[in-house]
Ligand binder design. Sequence first.
Ligand SMILES: *Cc1c(COP(=O)(O)O)cnc(C)c1O
Length: 229
Amino acid sequence: MNREAKLLENLHEVCASLSAACQRAGRSPQEVTLLAVTKYAQDEDVLFFLRRGLIKHIGESRVQQALNRWSRAEFASFEVVKHFIGHLQHNKAAKAALFFDFIDSLDDFSTACIVDAHVPAGKIVRGLVQVKLTQRKTQSGLPLEEARTLVRQLRTLKHLRVCGYMAIAPQGAPAQELRQLFAPVREAFEADFSPERERYLSLGMSADFEVAVEAGSTLPRIGSKLFAQ
Ligand SMILES: *Cc1c(COP(=O)(O)O)cnc(C)c1O
């Protein structure tokens, strides 16, 4: 199979699994937006999807790497919504405000304030607060109650609009554990973000997006499944 056929097959499988998960959960597939994580992907693979209009939201986890790729003319000509999904450092926050449409990994008010202060005139940057699901040191984000407090603080900002939660599940966790970890985040999301406004719950990656969508995710982040060889 050539590379293009393989990429189409990958996308088809991801979309089929997403719809099946929606169906099991009694949800409409229209509630779910695929966030294509392009951080490890080859330029040619990303361009293949872009030229066919098959990906609309992309995620990158390093500010400089994202700038290097997406400011080149061949990439910049496509209209895609750009999400920052990595850990945002203070000294990168101003650049991120210029470049990204979404910061999906907010976990600190002072960094968010830098973003807010550097959003160009006429632009709004959407922000999600990252919830830490386990006590493991390698997990970033905030414990749920602190995340909810940060949401309230962020509502005072003018150019950064907080509109949901993001979380990364521990690798290899069984479905039952994933459900238990996702459920409280979903509950907080329903309580803190009105369905009448734009809102996003970003749970799930290649390994766990089906459980995440059943658990209410509206913005699964998928990299390796989409770009697999
Ligand atoms: C890399 C990354 C993903 C994508 O992971 P895959 O397992 O390749 O789908 C999703 N979310 C975050 C925050 C990431 O850093």
